[in-house]
Design a protein around this ligand. Structure first.
Ligand SMILES: [Ca+2]
Length: 393
């Protein structure tokens, strides 16, 4: 992964003032000898540590692992928990759930307990991530939502991104069958074409949300599990990944489970680097293809509505299309143009004046990226505006 990656640079610069621990770094992969005065814990993860080992402070990003510092490789047979000296410090040392998590990562995936303790001892609670995750998400109507994404800057930025990466985009469109303007629009909506890939440390954000945000603790602990697996697979220390408050990474803001499932090593350098357009662009295309995007399919067109029965079939949240156009017509709904999709939905966007659209299977595919019809419509309309600006139609 290249050092100029924006997210990683932020982590590096934030930590530049920390104590240098280069000599301690190998501990991550080779646990230090037990201290003579530390008693082994017979029944890990029960019991609390009283001896705190110096945490592995977040290091500046590293690009490669020296040969002798390869991270542990999972064995095919999960290992039984073993007795390690007590060594969990930091903000999460007193959390029984953290000790259970460490035990699970050891038992299920073969991570060394010492490695996990060192890793989590260096984690600081990300209060900003907790605040953002707890903020209300509803209340914004489509009329307020649309102008955030449909700006001149974002439309022109899309044309510029398209021109700069035309070869990569053409190649991804051919290989995965996803229309170029939607690849560009997703990256535009998510990160303003890579300008804002997130200023949080992913390890800290996911740990904080996994253990201090009860409402979604299960979800974030699972993402943290996926994140540690990802970090091991990509041979990168978990401390170096930057992302959003929710742990989304790279140009397309993939969460860890999506990163593992859909990321593509487009430039075939052995790493899936979602901060690099060479990998990020085919990865976004692959995400769409794997989530039901149909080559040449329609996305959405405005609807004419009449009569009284259309309201009963209108969707305000993402649902898989299940109706035919004739079924819509029987309910007083007619698309204001052609839409090539075997199944369709009537989409309602709330606002001062409600808008009605006929959405196809590809509209639903966009909601697999973010389960909001407003999000999918913003991507659709931005994609159309970018295409018009680039080609004039
Ligand atoms: Ca790569």
């Amino acid at each position: 992964m290249k050092i100029q990656l924006a997210g990683l640079m932020v982590v590096g610069s934030l930590l530049a003032g920390c104590t240098t621990v280069g000599s301690q770094w190998p501990w991550v992969f080779a646990p230090p000898a037990p201290d003579a005065d530390v008693q082994p814990q017979p029944n890990y993860p029960a019991g609390q540590s009283t001896v705190v080992r110096p945490p592995v402070v977040m290091n500046p990003p590293r690009t490669t692992f020296p040969q002798q510092q390869q991270p542990p490789v999972a064995t095919t047979t999960p290992r039984q928990p073993v007795n390690y000296p007590a060594g969990l410090g930091g903000d999460y040392a007193s959390y029984p759930a953290m000790r259970q998590f460490i035990g699970k990562m050891n038992n299920k995936h073969g991570f060394e307990i010492a490695f996990l303790e060192q890793t989590f001892s260096g984690v600081r609670r990300d209060k900003e991530a907790l605040t953002k995750a707890g903020a209300p998400t509803e209340g914004q109507g489509w009329r307020a939502y649309r102008p955030i994404f449909l700006t001149e800057e974002r439309i022109n930025g899309g044309v510029d991104f398209w021109n700069r990466h035309a070869t990569l985009l053409d190649s991804a469109t051919r290989q995965y069958g996803v229309d170029t303007e939607y690849l560009v629009a997703i990256i535009g909506v998510e990160t303003q074409y890579g300008k804002n890939t997130g200023k949080h440390n992913v390890l800290q954000a996911l740990t904080s949300l996994g253990f201090d945000f009860p409402r979604r603790a299960d979800f974030y602990q699972k993402e943290l599990e996926q994140f540690l697996l990802l970090s091991r697979e990509e041979k990168m220390p978990p401390q170096v990944f930057g992302g959003s408050y929710a742990g989304a990474m790279g140009l397309g803001q993939f969460i860890s489970s999506s990163y593992r499932s859909y990321a593509i090593d487009g430039n075939r350098d052995g790493k899936r680097d979602l901060w690099n357009p060479q990998d990020a662009i085919p990865s976004v295309a692959n995400y769409f293809a794997k989530n039901g995007w149909k080559r040449g399919g329609g996305v959405a067109v405005p609807a004419y509505i009449s009569g009284g029965s259309y309201a009963s079939i209108a969707e305000t949240s993402a649902k898989k299309p299940s109706r035919s156009l004739s079924e819509l017509a029987a309910n007083g709904v007619r698309p204001q143009g052609a839409i090539n999709s075997a199944k369709v939905s009537l989409i309602k966007l709330d606002g001062a004046t409600d808008e009605y659209w006929v959405g196809g299977e590809n509209f639903y595919a966009i909601t697999r990226y973010n389960p909001s019809v407003k999000y999918a419509m913003a991507v659709h309309q931005l994609a159309q505006e970018i295409r018009k600006r680039k080609f004039g139609f």
